[in-house]
Design a protein around this ligand. Structure first.
Ligand code: NAD
Ligand code: ZN
Length: 233
């Protein structure tokens, strides 16, 4: 299985949460992406955050990091992806079993009638955007201060406990409870393989193999290496 974070989508033009670049340096996501901030002033959070995310995500396409994971699924090596991302790029790349730990930005939900509308179809001429019923729209993803969807959490714990190996790609492993999944896997005997541009809190204590580099260049090499190894045995 694989656990992915914002880093795998950086080469698709989506800025990560921490580190250099983009949208997240201008605002404090812990404050702006908090459910209390949204409920207090939905128009402000739409203008500061959601509108820009929509512009970036509407255009984003899978990169070789994502397609490498789809190749692994095709080859019968990879079963499940747990992702902290809300960008739907794993599904776009062709993976079929994706647990979205933090929900999905592709849909907006009406606070009044619970109706759903695709994010690409939301008109931004009024702030905050509204449903046909007049209710305010919110992204169908998990804000800070909100619970992880119960089923996503339970299934993530289960697949983490059962896997033989976990590929951990582009996550700073600091956002809980997603960051506990590699520890669950390791405790149950899995091999932990990490791909990141820099060391993380997992690297020293539990990573069996740390492949340092950008996901978009490391993944294709890994896919090639695995396929050569399999064809020679
Ligand atoms: P993070 O932003 O905390 O950390 C990103 C990690 O990716 C860092 O460790 C960084 O070294 C690494 N990285 C950066 N570029 C990389 C590359 N090209 N290849 C490999 N690794 C690279 O990400 P997180 O741990 O996923 O936590 C951030 C939270 O914010 C998540 O919970 C997520 O829901 C949300 N988020 C989602 C998106 C998205 O959907 N694409 C984008 C930003 C933030
Ligand atoms: Zn509505």
């Amino acid at each position: 299985m694989a656990l992915t974070g914002a880093g795998i989508s950086v080469e698709s033009g989506i800025p990560p949460f921490r580190g250099k670049g983009g949208l997240w340096e201008k605002i404090d996501p812990m404050e702006v992406a908090h459910i209390d901030a949204f409920m207090d002033d939905p128009a402000r959070v739409w203008k500061l955050l959601i509108q820009d995310m929509k512009a970036v995500l509407d255009k984003a396409r899978p990169n070789p990091g994502h397609t490498g994971l789809a190749d692994f699924e095709q080859a019968g090596i990879l079963r499940t992806i747990i992702t902290q991302n809300v960008d739907s790029l794993h599904q776009a790349a062709g993976n079929n079993d994706v647990i979205e730990f933090h929900g999905n930005f592709a849909w907006q939900r009406c606070l009044n009638c619970d109706g759903m509308i695709e994010t690409t179809r939301v008109e931004l001429d009024q702030m905050p955007p509204r449903c046909n019923c007049g209710g305010i729209l919110r992204p169908d993803c998990v804000f800070f201060g909100e619970m992880i969807p119960q089923q996503a959490l339970a299934r993530s714990q289960q697949v983490s406990a059962q896997c033989d190996a976990m590929l951990v790609i582009g996550t700073s492993a600091t956002v809980q409870p997603a960051a506990t999944m590699p520890f669950i896997a390791k405790d149950n005997g899995a091999v932990i393989i990490e791909i990141n541009r820099e060391p993380t809190p997992l690297t020293q204590p539990i990573s069996d193999l740390a492949l340092m580099g950008a996901a978009g260049s490391v993944m294709p090499r890994l896919v090639r290496a695995v396929s050569q190894r399999r064809s020679s045995t």
